[in-house]
Design a protein around this ligand. Structure first.
Ligand SMILES: [Zn+2]
Length: 424
């Protein structure tokens, strides 16, 4: 075996762009896929056995610095009040020391890799996860969180974010980075419109939490309701605050943001027609901006919100990808767990579409779909290797999503970065 090349076989290869390949074969040269197809009987360097090789999962929304907050178990309907949960997150963040956040980031990077995630969209205050993610095999975007209705708080967080961007020493015309910086104005209910506008100044990718709960629209429309009480309680309310408009979507229409890429977390209370109105041609823009929704099925279910409109959004041509959100709301950082959870709740979503949401759509949202997100010649060899059950099924996607076989290995750029083959 030449050190810059290797060959793999597996019971199934799921290329995503194309049908599952039984008895699949992948050749890798210099960290990129050179051939994918059926095994021709030649002995491979690694016969991985009864597994599926799928593209490395893309986690389109997470917060690597967060740690678990156990659900409140005494609610009869099994759902948790999201604003009460937000209060617990704020107290936890205020009590967390920087070295504890850093330790959580390191732990969560390692667990993400063990779950087969190879690309990530991570949001942390001041981009604090950047160095550790950059030192890891992960690729994607680290967004610095920007927050504040009050002017001083807004200035503080935006300065912190821009200082971090400046410290990276990036220049226009630099070759594409494995990891890019972005900005994340937290949410319309927590972040003043001028901070959203300023986020558009650097032409960086943007991410935000939008339309996550009905109380947000109530706040934007009437400046009242449970979110206002919450903001007053934590000392974040500004009596002079004016929203950008009565709907969260008004923030995406701010002129400074017209050409920006947006990765929108949740979007539960967005009407698909509102998204439709954001396409570049509807706003008279020539840009090729990309707006995608990151749906986090288990976090969404935790709070018992209205059904997520992912199906209606997909039918209107919106790219919906999958995220785990942070461990404060999600039991694991596994995109496969999110996909299986969604599959159990919605049997009508095809396995092919589900796997695409877990891989290629997230890559599209981060503008890395030309190099990852599917298994195809010339793309980087980023794979998750998933154990399959000892049974036959006419639908190979059922082997992947109807069973609980774990991710047993992860490959990034043609190197095993997790699993038993790592040092072979
Ligand atoms: Zn989030």
């Amino acid at each position: 075996m030449r050190s810059d090349s290797l060959t793999l076989t597996a019971r199934y290869v799921f290329p995503v762009e194309g049908d599952p390949i039984p008895n699949g074969w992948i050749s890798v040269i210099d960290g990129a896929v050179s051939r994918v197809g059926r095994s021709n009987g030649v002995r491979p360097d690694f016969d991985l056995g009864n597994v599926a090789i799928v593209p490395g999962f893309v986690n389109a929304h997470t917060h690597l610095d967060l740690t678990p907050i156990e659900p409140v178990a005494d609610r009869a309907d099994g759902t948790e009040d999201e604003i009460a949960w937000l209060k617990r997150v704020v107290s936890m963040r205020r009590a967390t020391m920087p070295d504890q956040s850093r330790a959580a980031v390191i732990r969560n990077i390692s667990s993400s890799l063990s779950y087969g995630t190879t690309s990530i969209a991570d949001i942390t205050p001041g981009g604090l996860s950047w160095n550790d993610v950059a030192d890891s095999p992960l690729r994607g975007i680290v967004f610095a969180e920007i927050l504040g209705l009050r002017r001083m708080r807004g200035l503080e967080t935006t300065q912190h974010a821009w200082d971090w961007i400046a410290s990276l020493g990036l220049n226009e015309g630099d070759p594409p980075l494995r990891l890019r910086p972005g900005l994340s104005p937290h949410a319309p209910y927590s972040t003043a419109p001028w901070l959203f506008e300023r986020s558009g100044a650097g032409k960086l990718p943007l991410s935000t939490h939008f339309a996550e709960m009905p109380e947000e629209r109530q706040l934007l429309q009437n400046r009242s309701g449970p979110l206002r009480e919450f903001l007053e309680e934590i000392g974040a309310w500004d009596p002079e605050w004016e929203p950008a408009g009565p709907s969260p979507v008004d923030y995406l229409r701010l002129s400074a943001l017209r050409d920006s890429d947006w990765l929108i977390a949740h979007g539960t209370y967005f009407h698909p027609d509102e998204f439709w109105s954001l396409r570049p041609s509807a706003s008279g823009s020539e840009s090729d901006r990309r707006i995608a929704v990151a749906y986090c099925p288990r976090t969404h279910a935790r709070f018992g919100q209205a059904p997520h409109p992912y199906r209606a959004l997909l039918e209107r041509g919106v790219i919906v990808c999958l995220g785990t959100d942070g461990l404060a709301s999600s039991p694991t950082l596994s995109i496969l767990d999110e996909a299986r959870f969604l599959h159990r709740r919605d049997r009508s979503l095809s396995g092919k579409l589900l796997l695409t949401m877990a891989t290629l759509f997230g890559a599209w949202a981060m503008r890395i779909d030309d190099i990852v997100g599917s298994i195809a010649p010339r793309k980087r060899a980023d794979f998750a290797i998933v154990a399959l059950p000892n049974e036959e099924n006419a639908d190979p996607y059922s082997l992947l999503f109807d069973h609980e076989g774990p991710v047993v290995g992860t490959m990034s750029d043609g190197q095993f970065v997790s699993g038993p083959w790592r040092n072979s």
